[in-house]
Design a protein around this ligand. Structure first.
Ligand SMILES: Cc1ncc(COP(=O)(O)O)c(C=O)c1O
Length: 502
């Protein structure tokens, strides 16, 4: 369909050969005071004995010892560190080790950990009691800020997770259209509601699960999964299921199969998004390169066929820029989460007034939540979004520039040691252990996940904590510094030796 979009750094291919973890090896880390990269030849990290003991205890209570599957590190091997606290760009484990954090609680921590305005806002709200189960002004305060960034959201509702938001958006779309079928894209993850697990990304892709046990065929059969970045497949699905498709749901920049930007015409070079992107996210990028013909195509096809277009921006919302990706494409519904909760559990679904007003108590679509619009979550979200709005021109250029620097700087260390390509958009990116290009899930799935596992373990032992799966995006925060980036590149130099050693 188009030219390769991933940046490729081909060294020599290595066969999959997982290596046991090396507890206790690595470097203290990070940064010399003068900002030079640190060296990692001395094994100075503490062995993770306490983390191991905590994991064993957790396994008595939780399946796999975790409350969300990818935290168990099964895809990369090794023992997950147990976190005691975090500050700025760093996570501290129970054994006294410090890590540069590149997963940011899976996206929300765009301003860094324990960001003082957010912590103070939560503390203030907590003193007034953590929950009332009745309306507060803070809900409309946060909503007002969200609508200012998302013209596509005329009305919204808060939930407590991204999963609830996408699930409710689908219910609304079905009610609005009187149709049953949903189109989603392979490798996109929209939370763990039954109908959305079909060919999903994130943990579902990480563990190679085609869908999920426990989802009845009758429900899975209402979901059509298509390859991302392929408009012909979408046309064909609408031709085959005329007047039966209620909605197309898409991550407009995929994060859950690793980072995969939407196709945007021949001038597109996703690896350079970070360098060129402006605070207004893709809007300005579009002005330079022309809009994404893929996302425009989705808009056109759905409109032609009377289906709703749902942009799931749980990950990209306020990450790619203020307002995320959606504004240029006029989606009917948008889902948000992660950053809008500032680290507390929040989801949002919103869109056209005419559709949202189908919700109870105004309309016949039921949706509810005991803790929806929770005062602590609203306080954390408000402090976060307010800061992003007031410091847009400092925050976004900085994180995009640093993301670009770490993405390309680490990839260069792979030369002659590992086969690697990378995709990035704003401050999210993925190093895929495949020559690429990676334009859809099938291409991402060609990655050498064993090599990724070796890389992940070697980086962790050097004090750099990457998302523990090939099929996840990395993020950085406003708290990260150039020195953190240099330290990460120095760690990668050694880590790729270990990848090459097999
Ligand atoms: C794009 C997208 N949608 C939905 C979800 C589900 O959100 P939650 O984990 O809050 O249920 C996620 C989670 O990673 C996501 O990335």
């Amino acid at each position: 369909m188009h030219e390769p979009e991933s940046k490729i750094l081909a060294g020599f291919a290595r066969t999959a050969n997982p290596q046991p973890p090396m507890p206790g090896r690595g470097g203290t880390g990070f940064v010399k005071d003068n900002g030079e990269p640190a060296h990692y030849t001395e094994p100075t990290m503490n062995r993770r004995m306490r983390s191991q003991a905590l994991q064993e205890r957790a396994e008595r209570f939780f399946p796999g010892g975790v409350n969300s599957p990818v935290r168990a590190f099964r895809a990369v091997g090794g023992e997950p560190p147990f976190v005691e606290r975090a500050e700025g760009a760093y996570l501290y484990d129970a054994d006294g080790n410090r890590y540069i954090d590149y997963f940011g609680s899976w996206g929300p921590m765009i301003l860094g950990h324990a960001f003082p305005p957010v912590v103070e806002s939560i503390a203030r709200a907590a003193r007034n009691s953590p929950s009332f189960g009745a309306s507060t002004a803070a809900e409309a305060d946060l909503a007002e800020r969200i609508t200012a960034c998302y013209p596509a959201i005329e009305k919204m509702r808060f939930t407590s997770s991204g999963t609830e938001s996408t699930m409710s958006a689908i219910r609304l779309a079905r009610a609005a259209t009187g149709r049953k079928l949903i189109v989603k894209f392979e490798g996109c993850y929209h939370g763990h509601a039954d109908g959305l697990l079909v060919k999903a990304g994130s943990g579902v892709a990480t563990f190679g699960i085609p869908g999920s046990a426990g989802v009845p065929e009758e429900i899975a059969g209402l979901t059509i999964a298509l390859p991302f970045n392929d408009l012909d497949a979408v046309e064909a699905a609408f031709a085959a299921h005329r007047d039966a498709i209620a909605a197309v749901i898409v991550e407009p920049v995929v994060g859950n199969a690793g980072c995969i930007p939407p196709h945007s015409g021949p001038a597109s070079m996703p690896a350079e998004f970070g360098e060129r992107i402006s605070p207004r996210g893709l809007e300005a990028w579009n002005a330079m390169h022309g809009p994404s013909d893929y996302l425009e195509g989705l808009r056109k096809i759905t409109r032609q066929h009377g289906a709703l277009l749902i942009f799931d921006e749980v990950m990209t919302g306020f990450r790619i820029g203020l307002g995320g990706v959606g504004n240029s494409y006029h989606p009917d519904l948008v889902t948000l989460g992660k950053i809008v909760g500032g680290g507390l559990p929040v989801g949002v679904f919103g869109g056209k007034r005419s559709v949202m007003d189908l919700l109870a108590p105004l309309g016949p679509v039921y949706q509810a939540g005991t803790l929806s619009g929770n005062p602590l979550a609203m306080a954390a979200g408000l402090a976060t979004i307010r800061y992003l709005q007031e410091h847009e021109r400092e925050v976004y250029p900085k994180i995009q520039m640093l993301a670009q620097a770490v993405m390309t700087g680490v990839a260069e260390q792979a030369r002659n040691k590992a086969v690697l390509c990378y995709n990035g958009a704003g401050s999210m990116w993925t190093w895929f252990f495949t020559p690429g290009p990676v334009r859809n899930y099938a291409e991402a799935a060609k990655s050498d996940t064993a090599a990724f596992g070796r890389f992940h373990r070697a980086m962790l032992e050097r004090g750099v904590w990457l998302p523990p799966s090939q099929f996840e995006a990395a993020f950085l925060s406003y708290a990260h510094t150039e020195a953190d980036v240099q330290a990460t590149i120095a760690a990668a130099r050694e880590a790729f030796e270990m990848v090459a050693a097999g």
